[in-house]
Ligand binder design. Structure first.
Ligand code: 0PR
Length: 366
């Protein structure tokens, strides 16, 4: 430990050097994040020191937070829905399990997730002593509903469906899950961390929002397809009363009760998220998503021209192929079954796809 401070000049020399070691976005094809849009950065900087953990000190920031929730309520066809900003999909999923477990009052609570579920559910279940039951997928990588129904019992506190799975970009049959949830009187949570800012802007996309009867909550992450600054998640609930189970007293704050998981919470990324969505509007988002989907199609076509087969035609901009290696320095990822996975985020422009395809072609033919 050095006890002397260092000059800001040498400090920033060092920090810039560290930052240069990070992989450049031009080659990142594996991420569900993307560099934030300039309006997100500007809004983030404007709200840099705000703390939504003590909203009475920041009524202006709290208003922006409220506008963000209203934006999603409107997008998801439930203008009266409640909601809460979070640090992302993991925190949103934890919050849902917290309130559904509390409502169930079972000694041995369980939840049912599809085999495609994000690992955040495993974290949450381990943390809270909840049994995680895993429903198999059908041949299209979607949750098998009859098999899901067989896993339900009196201790099931939550059913989970995914809108835009992390690995294959598929959407579970949410209307059928909603029906099951209603029949069994169980909360249905839709994890739309990724797809929640893709599916609403596509024609003929599978249904997943509050228009579907039985859907109790939806999580969506502006720090993914919302082009906002990290960390930015939103948890929407059809009935705000869901959060009542989570309330704790916060006597010395400007608000006397709180249901969020984090205490001190950034207003900056909330403002960043709102700024992007307000700036683009639904039409602007539709154009961005259309570009990402077009690039996904082009990539798939290009890979298939080299004889690399797609695994599935996805509902969102996540392309998967049978296992194959790719040349350096491209950063791709592989699913747990070993399939190549590429996420066509907004920074993965058409010229990036063409460059990748051409370098992949040379590498593949060697
Ligand atoms: N639910 C779904 C469907 C997700 O895809 C993710 C994250 C989460 C929940 C959790 O969200 P947070 O990570 O915001 O808590 N999906 C990506 C993944 O784990 C996140 C990611 C982003 C990974 C960028 C890598 C990366 O470079 O694969």
């Amino acid at each position: 430990m050095v006890s002397d401070g260092i000059s800001s000049e040498s400090l920033f020399c060092f920090l810039e050097e560290c930052r240069r070691r990070d992989i450049c976005w031009d080659h990142i094809l594996s991420s569900m994040c993307t560099p934030p849009h300039q309006v997100a950065v500007r809004a983030h900087n404007l709200f840099m020191e705000t703390n939504l953990g003590d909203p009475g000190l920041f009524p202006g920031t709290a208003h922006v937070d409220e506008l963000l929730i209203r934006w999603f309520g409107d997008l998801y066809h439930a203008p009266d829905a409640g909601g809460c900003s979070t640090s992302g999909g993991t925190e949103s999923n934890i919050q849902v399990l917290r309130f559904t477990k509390a409502a169930k009052k079972s000694d041995h609570p369980n939840i049912i997730v599809p085999a495609s579920a994000h690992f955040s559910f495993e974290k949450a279940c381990r943390m809270m002593g909840i049994e995680m039951r895993v429903a198999p997928l059908d041949g299209q990588y979607r949750m098998d509903i009859p098999k899901t129904a067989e896993l339900v019992d009196k201790d099931t506190c939550c059913l989970i469906g995914i809108a835009g799975t992390t690995e294959y970009g598929m959407t579970d049959p949410i209307p059928a899950l909603g029906k099951l949830a209603e029949e069994e009187d169980i909360h249905l949570h839709v994890d739309a961390a990724f797809g929640g800012l893709v599916l609403p802007f596509l024609k003929d996309a599978p249904q997943f929002d509050f228009k579907v009867s039985g859907v109790g909550s939806i999580s969506v992450d502006p720090h993914k397809m919302g082009m906002s600054t990290i960390p930015s998640g939103v948890l929407m609930v059809r009935d705000e009363a869901c959060f009542c189970n989570l309330l704790v007293d916060t006597p010395y704050l400007t608000v006397k009760q709180s249901y969020s998981l984090s205490g001190t919470r950034p207003g900056a990324s909330v403002a960043g998220a709102y700024a992007v969505l307000a700036h683009f509007g639904k039409d602007g988002m539709e154009a961005i998503v259309a570009g990402c989907m077009e690039n996904t199609r082009r990539l798939t076509e290009g890979m298939e021209a080299y004889g690399v087969k797609r695994k599935i035609t996805p509902d969102v901009n996540v392309a998967t192929f049978e296992h194959t290696e790719v040349p350096e320095p491209w950063a791709v990822s592989y699913t747990r079954s070993g399939d190549l996975r590429i996420v066509c985020m907004p920074h993965v422009h058409r010229d990036v796809i063409e460059k990748f395809l051409s370098e992949f072609g040379e590498f593949h033919d060697r």
